[in-house]
Design a protein around this ligand. Structure first.
Ligand code: ZN
Ligand code: ZN
Length: 376
Protein backbone atom coordinates (compact mmCIF):
# COMPACT_ATOMS: atom_id res chain seq x y z
CA UNK A 1 0.00 0.00 0.00
CA UNK A 2 1.50 3.35 -0.91
CA UNK A 3 0.41 6.11 1.35
CA UNK A 4 1.04 9.70 0.37
CA UNK A 5 3.52 11.26 2.76
CA UNK A 6 2.61 14.38 4.67
CA UNK A 7 4.43 17.53 3.49
CA UNK A 8 7.72 18.34 5.19
CA UNK A 9 7.65 20.86 8.03
CA UNK A 10 10.65 22.90 6.94
CA UNK A 11 11.00 25.06 10.04
CA UNK A 12 11.13 22.06 12.36
CA UNK A 13 13.20 19.94 9.99
CA UNK A 14 15.88 22.56 9.45
CA UNK A 15 16.11 23.26 13.17
CA UNK A 16 16.16 19.60 14.26
CA UNK A 17 18.65 18.54 11.59
CA UNK A 18 20.97 21.54 11.77
CA UNK A 19 21.34 21.84 15.55
CA UNK A 20 22.93 18.37 16.08
CA UNK A 21 25.15 18.89 13.02
CA UNK A 22 26.32 22.32 14.16
CA UNK A 23 26.85 21.01 17.69
CA UNK A 24 28.89 18.07 16.41
CA UNK A 25 31.11 20.44 14.40
CA UNK A 26 31.49 23.56 16.52
CA UNK A 27 31.62 22.22 20.05
CA UNK A 28 34.69 20.00 19.57
CA UNK A 29 36.31 22.72 17.42
CA UNK A 30 35.79 25.33 20.13
CA UNK A 31 36.83 22.92 22.87
CA UNK A 32 40.14 22.21 21.13
CA UNK A 33 40.96 25.69 19.88
CA UNK A 34 39.60 27.90 22.64
CA UNK A 35 38.45 25.62 25.46
CA UNK A 36 35.40 25.88 27.68
CA UNK A 37 35.55 27.39 31.16
CA UNK A 38 33.78 26.41 34.36
CA UNK A 39 31.63 29.53 33.99
CA UNK A 40 30.36 28.23 30.66
CA UNK A 41 29.74 24.72 31.95
CA UNK A 42 27.83 26.18 34.93
CA UNK A 43 25.48 28.01 32.57
CA UNK A 44 25.10 24.83 30.57
CA UNK A 45 24.06 22.97 33.74
CA UNK A 46 21.63 25.74 34.65
CA UNK A 47 20.05 25.75 31.19
CA UNK A 48 19.79 21.94 31.17
CA UNK A 49 17.96 21.91 34.49
CA UNK A 50 15.78 24.98 33.89
CA UNK A 51 14.57 23.96 30.43
CA UNK A 52 14.34 20.23 31.25
CA UNK A 53 12.27 20.76 34.36
CA UNK A 54 10.11 23.39 32.66
CA UNK A 55 9.00 20.58 30.36
CA UNK A 56 8.63 17.81 32.96
CA UNK A 57 7.32 19.67 36.02
CA UNK A 58 5.73 22.50 34.01
CA UNK A 59 4.47 21.59 30.52
CA UNK A 60 3.83 17.97 31.44
CA UNK A 61 2.72 17.56 35.04
CA UNK A 62 1.38 21.06 35.77
CA UNK A 63 -0.32 22.11 32.54
CA UNK A 64 -1.03 18.92 30.58
CA UNK A 65 -2.17 16.84 33.56
CA UNK A 66 -3.10 19.41 36.22
CA UNK A 67 -1.37 17.17 38.77
CA UNK A 68 -0.84 20.12 41.15
CA UNK A 69 -1.32 23.85 41.45
CA UNK A 70 1.56 26.31 41.45
CA UNK A 71 2.25 29.87 42.52
CA UNK A 72 2.40 32.51 39.77
CA UNK A 73 6.19 32.80 40.14
CA UNK A 74 6.64 29.06 39.47
CA UNK A 75 4.29 29.17 36.49
CA UNK A 76 6.07 32.19 35.02
CA UNK A 77 9.45 30.47 35.49
CA UNK A 78 8.30 27.30 33.72
CA UNK A 79 6.58 29.32 30.98
CA UNK A 80 9.78 31.25 30.17
CA UNK A 81 12.18 28.30 30.35
CA UNK A 82 9.66 26.08 28.60
CA UNK A 83 9.80 28.47 25.63
CA UNK A 84 13.60 28.25 25.87
CA UNK A 85 13.42 24.48 25.43
CA UNK A 86 12.18 24.96 21.84
CA UNK A 87 9.35 22.44 22.10
CA UNK A 88 6.51 24.73 21.08
CA UNK A 89 4.16 26.68 23.39
CA UNK A 90 2.49 25.25 26.51
CA UNK A 91 -0.83 25.28 24.66
CA UNK A 92 0.39 23.29 21.64
CA UNK A 93 2.48 20.89 23.70
CA UNK A 94 -0.31 20.11 26.16
CA UNK A 95 -2.82 19.75 23.36
CA UNK A 96 -0.71 17.09 21.64
CA UNK A 97 0.08 15.41 24.92
CA UNK A 98 -3.54 15.10 26.02
CA UNK A 99 -4.37 13.56 22.64
CA UNK A 100 -1.45 11.15 23.17
CA UNK A 101 -2.93 9.92 26.45
CA UNK A 102 -6.45 9.74 25.10
CA UNK A 103 -5.56 7.80 21.96
CA UNK A 104 -2.27 6.20 23.02
CA UNK A 105 -0.81 3.90 20.31
CA UNK A 106 -3.59 4.76 17.87
CA UNK A 107 -1.66 5.14 14.61
CA UNK A 108 -4.16 7.67 13.29
CA UNK A 109 -4.86 9.82 16.32
CA UNK A 110 -1.91 9.57 18.75
CA UNK A 111 0.41 12.36 17.54
CA UNK A 112 3.51 10.34 18.44
CA UNK A 113 2.13 6.80 18.32
CA UNK A 114 4.82 4.30 19.30
CA UNK A 115 2.92 1.74 17.23
CA UNK A 116 4.30 3.54 14.15
CA UNK A 117 7.85 2.70 15.13
CA UNK A 118 10.82 4.23 16.90
CA UNK A 119 11.69 6.86 14.31
CA UNK A 120 8.16 8.21 13.94
CA UNK A 121 7.47 8.46 17.67
CA UNK A 122 10.93 9.88 18.39
CA UNK A 123 11.22 12.64 15.82
CA UNK A 124 9.45 11.71 12.57
CA UNK A 125 6.14 13.12 13.73
CA UNK A 126 7.68 16.59 14.10
CA UNK A 127 9.45 16.67 10.76
CA UNK A 128 6.29 16.61 8.66
CA UNK A 129 2.93 18.34 8.76
CA UNK A 130 1.00 15.29 9.91
CA UNK A 131 -2.72 15.90 10.42
CA UNK A 132 -3.17 17.20 13.94
CA UNK A 133 -6.10 16.22 16.10
CA UNK A 134 -6.24 19.29 18.23
CA UNK A 135 -6.34 22.16 15.77
CA UNK A 136 -9.43 23.54 17.46
CA UNK A 137 -7.77 23.26 20.91
CA UNK A 138 -10.97 21.75 22.27
CA UNK A 139 -9.07 19.60 24.79
CA UNK A 140 -7.21 22.54 26.33
CA UNK A 141 -10.09 24.91 27.01
CA UNK A 142 -8.90 25.25 30.61
CA UNK A 143 -5.47 26.39 29.42
CA UNK A 144 -6.97 28.87 26.96
CA UNK A 145 -8.57 30.61 29.91
CA UNK A 146 -5.18 30.98 31.60
CA UNK A 147 -3.73 34.45 30.77
CA UNK A 148 -0.16 33.32 31.43
CA UNK A 149 -0.47 30.35 29.07
CA UNK A 150 -1.94 32.57 26.36
CA UNK A 151 0.74 35.22 26.91
CA UNK A 152 3.42 32.55 26.44
CA UNK A 153 1.62 31.21 23.36
CA UNK A 154 1.55 34.65 21.73
CA UNK A 155 5.15 35.50 22.64
CA UNK A 156 6.66 32.05 22.18
CA UNK A 157 9.12 32.98 19.44
CA UNK A 158 10.24 36.16 21.15
CA UNK A 159 10.82 34.31 24.45
CA UNK A 160 12.68 31.51 22.66
CA UNK A 161 14.91 34.00 20.81
CA UNK A 162 15.72 36.03 23.90
CA UNK A 163 16.45 33.07 26.20
CA UNK A 164 18.41 31.12 23.58
CA UNK A 165 20.14 33.95 21.74
CA UNK A 166 20.34 37.26 23.55
CA UNK A 167 20.84 35.91 27.09
CA UNK A 168 23.65 33.38 26.38
CA UNK A 169 25.44 35.89 24.12
CA UNK A 170 25.17 38.61 26.77
CA UNK A 171 26.47 36.19 29.41
CA UNK A 172 29.40 35.48 27.11
CA UNK A 173 30.14 39.13 26.31
CA UNK A 174 30.07 39.89 30.04
CA UNK A 175 33.24 37.83 30.49
CA UNK A 176 34.83 38.71 27.16
CA UNK A 177 34.16 35.27 25.61
CA UNK A 178 31.09 35.88 23.45
CA UNK A 179 30.51 32.38 22.06
CA UNK A 180 31.26 29.93 24.89
CA UNK A 181 27.99 30.16 26.79
CA UNK A 182 25.98 30.23 23.57
CA UNK A 183 27.59 27.03 22.28
CA UNK A 184 27.00 25.07 25.48
CA UNK A 185 23.87 26.58 27.02
CA UNK A 186 22.03 26.88 23.73
CA UNK A 187 23.46 24.61 21.05
CA UNK A 188 24.58 21.54 23.01
CA UNK A 189 21.77 21.82 25.54
CA UNK A 190 18.95 22.16 23.00
CA UNK A 191 20.11 19.02 21.17
CA UNK A 192 20.41 16.98 24.38
CA UNK A 193 17.15 18.19 25.90
CA UNK A 194 15.27 17.63 22.66
CA UNK A 195 16.34 14.03 22.38
CA UNK A 196 15.93 13.31 26.10
CA UNK A 197 12.32 14.48 25.81
CA UNK A 198 11.81 12.59 22.55
CA UNK A 199 12.99 9.40 24.26
CA UNK A 200 9.87 9.53 26.43
CA UNK A 201 7.72 9.21 23.34
CA UNK A 202 9.90 6.60 21.68
CA UNK A 203 12.01 4.49 24.07
CA UNK A 204 9.66 4.78 27.06
CA UNK A 205 7.05 3.12 24.84
CA UNK A 206 9.41 0.39 23.65
CA UNK A 207 11.95 -0.54 26.29
CA UNK A 208 11.26 -1.36 29.95
CA UNK A 209 8.89 -3.10 32.34
CA UNK A 210 5.14 -2.90 32.54
CA UNK A 211 4.20 -3.46 36.20
CA UNK A 212 0.87 -1.61 36.12
CA UNK A 213 -0.73 -2.26 32.77
CA UNK A 214 -0.05 -3.80 29.40
CA UNK A 215 -3.02 -2.18 27.78
CA UNK A 216 -0.72 0.30 26.08
CA UNK A 217 2.96 0.31 25.08
CA UNK A 218 4.22 2.57 27.91
CA UNK A 219 7.13 1.24 30.03
CA UNK A 220 8.95 1.92 33.29
CA UNK A 221 12.65 2.45 32.69
CA UNK A 222 15.12 3.61 35.33
CA UNK A 223 17.83 4.47 32.82
CA UNK A 224 15.48 6.83 30.99
CA UNK A 225 14.38 8.36 34.28
CA UNK A 226 18.00 9.38 34.89
CA UNK A 227 18.04 11.47 31.70
CA UNK A 228 14.53 12.81 31.86
CA UNK A 229 14.21 14.26 35.36
CA UNK A 230 12.13 11.28 36.46
CA UNK A 231 9.83 10.84 33.49
CA UNK A 232 11.10 7.33 32.75
CA UNK A 233 8.47 5.67 34.94
CA UNK A 234 6.11 5.96 32.03
CA UNK A 235 4.03 2.85 32.65
CA UNK A 236 3.00 4.19 36.04
CA UNK A 237 2.37 7.56 34.45
CA UNK A 238 0.04 6.18 31.80
CA UNK A 239 -1.84 4.26 34.50
CA UNK A 240 -2.19 7.24 36.84
CA UNK A 241 -1.65 10.30 34.69
CA UNK A 242 -3.08 12.75 37.22
CA UNK A 243 -0.48 11.77 39.85
CA UNK A 244 2.22 14.45 40.31
CA UNK A 245 4.75 11.65 40.81
CA UNK A 246 6.14 9.33 38.14
CA UNK A 247 8.50 7.39 40.39
CA UNK A 248 6.36 6.67 43.42
CA UNK A 249 8.93 5.07 45.72
CA UNK A 250 11.23 7.36 47.66
CA UNK A 251 14.29 5.75 46.10
CA UNK A 252 13.07 6.09 42.55
CA UNK A 253 14.87 8.83 40.63
CA UNK A 254 12.29 11.54 40.08
CA UNK A 255 13.73 15.06 40.58
CA UNK A 256 10.59 16.65 39.10
CA UNK A 257 8.60 15.07 41.93
CA UNK A 258 11.19 16.20 44.50
CA UNK A 259 10.98 19.80 43.27
CA UNK A 260 7.18 19.84 43.23
CA UNK A 261 7.03 18.33 46.72
CA UNK A 262 9.75 20.60 48.15
CA UNK A 263 7.99 23.66 46.77
CA UNK A 264 4.80 22.58 48.55
CA UNK A 265 6.58 23.01 51.91
CA UNK A 266 7.17 26.70 51.20
CA UNK A 267 3.76 27.37 49.66
CA UNK A 268 4.92 27.56 46.04
CA UNK A 269 2.87 24.51 45.03
CA UNK A 270 -0.27 22.97 46.47
CA UNK A 271 -3.05 20.40 45.93
CA UNK A 272 -0.58 17.71 44.84
CA UNK A 273 -2.67 14.83 43.46
CA UNK A 274 -1.76 11.22 44.19
CA UNK A 275 -3.27 7.87 43.32
CA UNK A 276 -4.21 5.96 46.48
CA UNK A 277 -2.02 3.10 47.68
CA UNK A 278 -4.99 0.79 47.25
CA UNK A 279 -5.52 1.71 43.60
CA UNK A 280 -1.83 1.24 42.86
CA UNK A 281 -1.56 -2.15 44.62
CA UNK A 282 -4.74 -3.42 42.99
CA UNK A 283 -3.54 -2.46 39.54
CA UNK A 284 -0.23 -4.20 40.17
CA UNK A 285 -1.91 -7.37 41.48
CA UNK A 286 -4.23 -7.51 38.49
CA UNK A 287 -1.24 -7.25 36.17
CA UNK A 288 0.60 -10.04 38.04
CA UNK A 289 -2.44 -12.30 37.81
CA UNK A 290 -2.79 -11.58 34.12
CA UNK A 291 0.86 -12.46 33.53
CA UNK A 292 0.68 -15.67 35.53
CA UNK A 293 -2.46 -16.76 33.70
CA UNK A 294 -0.90 -15.97 30.33
CA UNK A 295 2.16 -18.07 31.22
CA UNK A 296 -0.12 -21.03 31.91
CA UNK A 297 -2.17 -20.55 28.78
CA UNK A 298 -0.09 -23.10 26.92
CA UNK A 299 -0.03 -25.57 29.79
CA UNK A 300 -1.88 -28.88 29.91
CA UNK A 301 -4.97 -30.04 31.78
CA UNK A 302 -3.09 -30.14 35.11
CA UNK A 303 -2.71 -26.37 35.08
CA UNK A 304 -6.45 -26.08 35.35
CA UNK A 305 -6.39 -26.62 39.10
CA UNK A 306 -3.47 -24.26 39.51
CA UNK A 307 -5.31 -21.61 37.53
CA UNK A 308 -8.29 -21.82 39.85
CA UNK A 309 -5.99 -21.61 42.88
CA UNK A 310 -4.27 -18.57 41.39
CA UNK A 311 -7.56 -16.80 40.78
CA UNK A 312 -8.71 -17.60 44.32
CA UNK A 313 -5.43 -16.29 45.70
CA UNK A 314 -5.78 -13.10 43.71
CA UNK A 315 -9.26 -12.61 45.08
CA UNK A 316 -7.95 -13.15 48.61
CA UNK A 317 -5.20 -10.63 47.98
CA UNK A 318 -7.65 -8.03 46.68
CA UNK A 319 -9.91 -8.65 49.68
CA UNK A 320 -6.95 -8.29 52.01
CA UNK A 321 -5.98 -5.06 50.24
CA UNK A 322 -9.50 -3.70 50.60
CA UNK A 323 -9.62 -4.67 54.27
CA UNK A 324 -6.20 -3.16 54.86
CA UNK A 325 -7.23 0.06 53.17
CA UNK A 326 -10.43 0.21 55.25
CA UNK A 327 -8.51 -0.45 58.46
CA UNK A 328 -5.98 2.19 57.47
CA UNK A 329 -8.74 4.75 56.98
CA UNK A 330 -10.30 3.79 60.30
CA UNK A 331 -6.95 4.01 62.08
CA UNK A 332 -6.36 7.50 60.72
CA UNK A 333 -9.89 8.50 61.75
CA UNK A 334 -9.28 7.19 65.28
CA UNK A 335 -5.95 8.97 65.43
CA UNK A 336 -7.58 12.17 64.25
CA UNK A 337 -10.41 11.77 66.79
CA UNK A 338 -7.89 11.15 69.59
CA UNK A 339 -6.02 14.26 68.61
CA UNK A 340 -9.22 16.32 68.58
CA UNK A 341 -10.15 14.86 71.94
CA UNK A 342 -6.73 15.74 73.35
CA UNK A 343 -7.10 19.28 72.12
CA UNK A 344 -10.60 19.54 73.55
CA UNK A 345 -9.44 18.18 76.90
CA UNK A 346 -6.64 20.72 77.02
CA UNK A 347 -9.07 23.49 76.18
CA UNK A 348 -11.50 22.48 78.96
CA UNK A 349 -8.66 22.19 81.44
CA UNK A 350 -7.35 25.64 80.49
CA UNK A 351 -10.79 27.14 80.93
CA UNK A 352 -11.14 25.43 84.33
CA UNK A 353 -7.78 26.80 85.48
CA UNK A 354 -8.62 30.25 84.15
CA UNK A 355 -11.89 30.27 86.12
CA UNK A 356 -10.17 28.86 89.18
CA UNK A 357 -7.66 31.70 89.27
CA UNK A 358 -10.33 34.29 88.53
CA UNK A 359 -12.32 32.94 91.48
CA UNK A 360 -9.24 33.07 93.67
CA UNK A 361 -8.69 36.70 92.73
CA UNK A 362 -12.34 37.52 93.45
CA UNK A 363 -12.07 35.83 96.86
CA UNK A 364 -8.95 37.81 97.73
CA UNK A 365 -10.61 41.04 96.76
CA UNK A 366 -13.72 40.04 98.74
CA UNK A 367 -11.67 39.25 101.81
CA UNK A 368 -9.73 42.47 101.49
CA UNK A 369 -13.00 44.37 101.34
CA UNK A 370 -14.34 42.49 104.40
CA UNK A 371 -11.18 43.26 106.30
CA UNK A 372 -11.47 46.88 105.33
CA UNK A 373 -15.06 46.90 106.56
CA UNK A 374 -14.13 45.27 109.90
CA UNK A 375 -11.48 47.88 110.64
CA UNK A 376 -13.69 50.75 109.55
ZN1 ZN B 1 3.39 8.17 26.64
ZN1 ZN C 1 1.62 12.51 30.35
Amino acid sequence: MTKEKAPINWVNSIFLVSTPLLAAIFIPLYAVNVGFTLYEWAWFAFYMAATGMAITAGYHRLWSHKAYKAHFAVRLWHAVWGAASCQNSILNWSCDHRVHHRHVDDGEKDPYAASRGFWYSHIGWILRHHPRHCDDYSNVKDLRRDPLVMWQHRNYWLLALVTNGAVPLALGFAVGRPLGVFLLAFLLRVVLNHHFTFFINSLAHIWGRRPYSDEDTSRDNLLLALFTYGEGYHNFHHSFQYDYRNGIRWWQFDPSKWIIKSFSYIGLTKDLREASKLQIEKKKARMQLKRALARMETGAESTHRFKAALEARHEQLVNALNEWSGARKKWYAVKRAAMVERLERAEVRNRYLELKYALKAQRLQWRALLAELATA
